[in-house]
Ligand binder design. Structure first.
Ligand SMILES: Cc1cc2nc3c(=O)[nH]c(=O)nc-3n(C[C@H](O)[C@H](O)[C@H](O)COP(=O)(O)OP(=O)(O)OC[C@H]3O[C@@H](n4cnc5c(N)ncnc54)[C@H](O)[C@@H]3O)c2cc1C
Length: 380
């Protein structure tokens, strides 16, 4: 039996553990830094059909209608005048069993965790050291030594596992944007179609609101351009410091309507760090999820790509293919689209905005374009 160690019990680590759990040839253990998996936070996540199809392999279709939502379209609006620009039918990529889905991130994590034996996840284990040669991989967590045949590093965008094996060569960079998460009740969202994702485009800022379940509790996610100096970028406590939160709230109040601003609850800030380059680890050590490559959130593909990458790695380990080259092509495609979306969503110049809206109206109705721009990503 081959021993697999997974560092990080996030979406990608938990998903790949689910794929391996019934395979008698492998014994999987996840090492997680935190003392538990957060299952009570209320923020949302969008999952496109490519990842829903893979989640269905492990029973995601058993989620009840009360726990998730299937939006039909993305409605584009201008923040300035709240006028609708156009809409994009995302349900056209759905199949009977796999539909574009929005839900609470905590519900997804709870589902991924629930299927694993309790002793498969070791908590309070932050990776300290990784040593390897051609025969074995040795890990040290809090002075405990572990050996394994395969190491899967899935400890997120600030991956310590990746820093250790790359000798700090592959660090993420600040994307000059802050993600603002919050919740908002439907009474405070006027003139939107509650069946859809509403995407509001403004100068150096865009936000999306979407339902999380049948009760139509709405998730708010805004992406705000904001420079940070190098000290601020290193300070991971900055985003919970009240003076910083207040300064971002002031900026936010100038970007959204008073009603939206005043009804936002549970605001939480996240600096957006993205990958600058790719790193190909040594034999039998693999990176997945944000540790492999972290995208700008403007295409809402981070979690979906994490699940896709985990599925590819599972197939590759059991069939002995080359994982890195396989993932590379897909990551480049999604990254180009994420960066382009952010550029187009944040335009400030009125002439550029005029042309963007004209082009958006045409392209969102052009099947050939949609099949190429979205279909290639949404279909595995
Ligand atoms: C504001 C925001 C909104 C987003 N919205 C969406 C969306 O709508 N749709 C979408 O597809 N994606 C979205 N994403 C991206 C998505 O959340 C990530 O791409 C996804 O969570 C990555 O999964 P992961 O498993 O790689 O890492 P994570 O989910 O970050 O999990 C990493 C795990 O590793 C653990 N860990 C960290 N360090 C160590 C260590 N040293 N030792 C052991 N364990 C460690 C952590 O505690 C954590 O449990 C969003 C991201 C942000 C910031």
């Amino acid at each position: 039996m081959k021993k697999i160690a997974i560092i990080g019990a996030g979406i990608s680590g938990l998903y790949i553990a689910n794929l391996f759990k019934d395979n008698k040839e492998y014994q999987v253990t996840i090492y997680e830094k935190k003392s538990s998996i957060e299952v009570d936070e209320g923020y949302g996540i969008q999952l496109s059909v490519n990842s829903v199809e893979l989640l269905n392999k492990i029973g995601f279709s058993s989620f009840t209608e009360e726990e998730k939502f299937n939006p039909k379209k993305i409605d584009f609006y201008e923040i300035k005048n709240l006028k609708k620009i156009c809409d994009l039918d995302i349900s056209k990529f759905n199949s009977k069993k796999s539909k574009y889905t929005t839900l609470k991130r905590s519900k997804l994590l709870q589902f991924l965790k629930k299927q694993l034996d309790n002793d498969m996840i070791k908590y309070n284990c932050s990776i300290d050291q990784i040593d390897y040669d051609k025969d074995s991989i040795r890990l040290i967590f809090n002075n405990n030594k572990i050996t394994c045949d395969y190491l899967i590093i899935s400890d997120g965008v600030f991956s310590k596992g990746k820093s250790l094996i790359s000798k700090n060569k592959s660090k993420p960079i600040y994307n000059d944007t802050i993600a603002i998460r919050g919740s908002i009740s439907k009474e405070n969202l006027k003139n939107i179609n509650e069946e859809n994702i509403s995407l509001f485009l403004g100068s150096d800022f865009h936000y999306a609101v979407y339902p999380l379940d049948k009760d139509k509790k709405f998730n708010f996610i805004g992406i705000l351009k904001h420079k940070l100096n190098s000290n601020e970028q290193k300070n991971h406590n900055l985003y919970s410091e009240s003076f910083f939160i207040e300064s971002i709230k002031v900026k936010l109040s100038q970007k959204v309507s008073q009603t939206v601003f005043e009804s936002l609850q549970n605001i939480k800030l996240f600096p957006v760090f993205v990958s600058k380059n790719l790193y190909n680890p040594p034999k039998n050590i693999f990176l997945i999820g944000d540790a492999f490559f972290a995208f700008s959130p403007s295409f809402a593909q981070g979690a979906s790509q994490s699940i896709e990458g985990a599925n590819e790695l599972y197939e590759i380990i059991i069939n002995n293919y080359n994982f890195y080259n396989f993932r590379l092509k897909r990551v480049k495609m999604v990254n180009n689209r994420s960066n382009f979306n952010q550029f187009a969503f944040h335009l400030s110049n009125p002439i550029m905005i005029f042309f963007r809206n004209v082009i958006l109206r045409i392209l969102t109705k052009n099947s050939k374009f949609l099949d190429n721009y979205l279909g290639k990503v949404y279909k595995n």
